[in-house]
Design a binder for this molecule. Structure first.
Ligand SMILES: [Zn+2]
Length: 388
């Protein structure tokens, strides 16, 4: 295997507090060696070993690739008009998802896969080297099955979100839809997915329905994650903690009891500020969560209705400006935090042995991700040690 030495790194974010400064494990004037798909060496440039290939980054910042732990990419249809209407004053209601369901059901597999490929390329260009992908716009046994199969062509992190909202033909009969999810969709889709997810919120599924979905998924080997507390306070956070979910996502409206429950748990709170941005809603209070000891991840939540962005750098800037996070906390949440939300220890850091997934910025420091919002600072992306 080829070894690659990256030298001239202005600021290196290792994500390993054992080797550098602060929780991000920052090193200056550093070097890194990749051996094939893994990180083989990290340290001061002056002490770097020789390698087959050497590349001088000229003072640029090097970070772990961003870990997107929350996306909805298997869909068809455009909701730009809905966005424009909302910006003209109409509030977001969960029902908007139903327009995407109709378009997705009508689309061919090739068309859906083409959209996923395009969006994964977008994610990659803005520095995300791992992207979790959810189903949830099919909502029939065959459409959910093809959704998780298509997602699986692009990632190992596939999530079955059949219980997204009750589909139109089950309006007023959510219990019957939950039964279909538990009895047919989960058994059919579980071999093609790693995670089971449910939208436990106003206008979607209640605590009892959500519990049924998560427990049925777990019985088929899927690990729970939850959409919770996006639209209002409710049972999502506490249900996620009780069932040992890897993550509860959105966490926009929480009580003190929710924060306490999260702080004492192994469940990550994944904040998705693109959704609040795109629905002009109030942001989650990251400061409160972090100060209470909650593990926080940051995701872009790419979906056609409420957060049609694939840019983790944009979300880092939002998190710093509007969620009360420091730049260090936001970068940590989009790398190490995302990995924790996916229960992965091989990504999200550049420690020795980790996957050689890394981002080179057109900037001397990771601080520029928030300091220069909206600027395409990602210069190069390494995926498994290879320039993507
Ligand atoms: Zn979502």
């Amino acid at each position: 295997m080829t070894t690659t030495l990256l030298t001239g790194i202005g600021t290196l974010v290792t994500g390993d507090p054992g080797v550098g400064e602060g929780p991000l494990g920052v090193l200056r004037s550093a070097a890194v060696v990749f051996d094939g798909p893994r990180v083989a060496w990290v340290g001061a440039a002056a002490a770097a070993p020789a390698a087959d290939v050497a590349r001088d980054l000229g003072g640029a910042a090097l970070l772990p690739g961003f870990v997107e732990s929350h996306s909805h990419l298997v869909f068809d249809g455009d909701r730009a008009e809905e966005f424009a209407a909302r910006m003209a004053g109409r509030p977001y209601a969960a029902g908007g998802i139903r327009t995407t369901i109709a378009a997705t059901r009508a689309a061919s597999d090739e068309r859906l896969a083409g959209t996923v490929a395009k969006l994964v390329r977008e994610y990659r260009r803005s520095g995300a080297t791992t992207v979790e992908i959810k189903s949830g716009y099919g909502q029939t046994v065959s459409d959910e099955l093809r959704s998780v199969q298509i997602a699986g062509r692009f990632t190992d992190e596939v999530t079955l979100l059949a219980a997204h909202v009750p589909p139109p033909e089950y309006a007023g009969r959510a219990d019957e839809y939950v039964e279909l999810v538990c009895r047919e969709m989960i058994p059919a889709c579980a071999p093609h997915a790693k995670w089971i997810d449910v939208f436990c919120d106003r206008g979607a599924f209640d605590a009892e329905q959500s519990r049924a979905v998560l427990e049925a998924g777990a019985a088929h080997g899927l690990i729970p994650r939850v959409h919770g507390n996006q639209l209002g306070t409710g049972p999502g956070v506490r249900l996620a903690v009780e069932l040992g979910a890897a993550s509860v996502d959105h966490v926009t409206h929480v009580t003190d009891a929710d924060v306490d429950a999260l702080a004492g748990s192994g469940t990550v709170a994944t904040l998705l500020p693109g959704a609040e941005f795109s629905t002009r809603s109030s942001y989650p209070d990251a400061r409160k969560l972090i100060d209470a000891g909650v593990t926080v991840a940051l995701g872009a939540d790419c979906n056609p209705g409420t957060s049609y962005t694939t840019s983790l750098p944009f979300c880092i800037a939002l998190a710093v400006r509007d969620l009360g996070m420091t730049p260090d906390e936001a970068v940590w949440a989009a790398t190490v935090g995302g990995a924790r939300a996916l229960r992965r220890t091989d990504i999200g850091t550049l420690r020795v042995g980790a996957r050689a997934d890394a981002v080179v910025l057109d900037a001397p420091s990771y601080l520029h991700l928030a300091y220069r919002p909206g600027v395409p600072l990602v210069r190069d992306v390494y995926v498994g040690g290879v320039l993507a």
